[in-house]
Design a protein. Structure first.
Length: 278
């Protein structure tokens, strides 16, 4: 295999024997290596093959930005619970490792987070939630840190997102354009400029990505009656009005009407990105 690009001492982009761009990780794999050289295959620990036309350079950059021990932790845990196919998907490994990294940091800082979608996730994604529970247990064994079982909610959503890739990127392209349009609607409605690098905006974009997955899979959140949804609508009337407008935009662009619960959670995120320190 020939090295195409060196990202750091432990990660390179290479051309394999089948002519594919592959991302290789391993201790010292990129140390003093240069493009055009042959890969020292004895140092390869993980091989990632970008899927569905994803940009290998971009994926490699994302992988390079995550501590190698978190990648190894997630990969080992996935193997333990029989999710080897997932462990070969670089985008999913990146998402899981990033999530686990922040979860470990929260534990070290004594911070707790409550997932309001626990009941919905357990109900809608029973298989992925069971896998995520096993994944949390495996991570705890390998890391020596006790993540709470509630972390299974976040991990389950990442596993659900694996099924979103169909090989046809047209839906993804449309989703990207619609998200950008939704952000502009919020900015105009509240006369603000959203910080694309901000934590709350990042959470909002993540929420929208999962919303598109649920629309794609015809599995929108829909609890009857929803006390949480009613509380959100009462607490954030302006954000709710904006969320109703966004729901109309989604129906126009994606051909799917949002359930009241989805509109309520959308309102909650609108409130977060438009209210300081929320």
């Amino acid at each position: 295999m020939e090295i195409l690009r060196v990202f750091n001492n432990n990660l390179v982009l290479a051309l394999d024997e089948h002519g594919r761009d592959v991302i290789l990780t391993g201790r010292g794999l990129g140390f003093q290596a240069r493009p055009g050289q042959q890969v020292d295959t004895s140092k390869i620990v993980r091989t990632f093959v970008p899927l569905d036309g994803r940009d290998p350079d971009h994926l490699a950059e994302l992988l390079a930005g995550i501590p190698p021990e978190h990648i190894q932790l997630v990969s080992a845990a996935l193997a333990d619970v029989g999710l080897d196919a997932v462990s070969r998907n670089p985008a999913t490994v990146i998402a899981l490792a990033d999530h686990v990294g922040f979860a470990l940091r929260r534990i070290n800082l004594g911070m707790q987070i409550n997932y309001p979608m626990l009941a919905e996730v357990k109900h809608l994604y029973a298989e992925e939630y069971a896998q995520a529970e096993a994944l949390v247990s495996a991570i705890n064994v390998h890391s020596g840190v006790q993540l709470p079982q509630d972390e299974a909610v976040g991990l389950a959503l990442h596993l659900v997102n694996v099924g979103f890739a169909t090989g046809d990127l047209s839906y993804t392209y449309k989703m990207t354009g619609v998200i950008q349009q939704m952000v502009r609607v919020i900015e105009e409605r509240f006369d603000v400029t959203l910080d694309s690098g901000g934590v709350n905006v990042g959470r909002f974009i993540t929420h929208l990505r999962y919303l598109f997955v649920r629309i794609h899979q015809h599995k929108q959140l829909d609890a009857e009656p929803s006390l949480v949804g009613a509380a959100i609508r009462e607490s954030f009337p302006a954000a709710t009005d904006c969320a109703v407008r966004l729901a109309g935009l989604l129906e126009l662009r994606m051909g799917a009407a949002l359930t009241p619960d989805e509109v309520s959670y959308l309102a909650l995120h609108v409130a977060r990105v438009t209210t300081p320190d929320r």
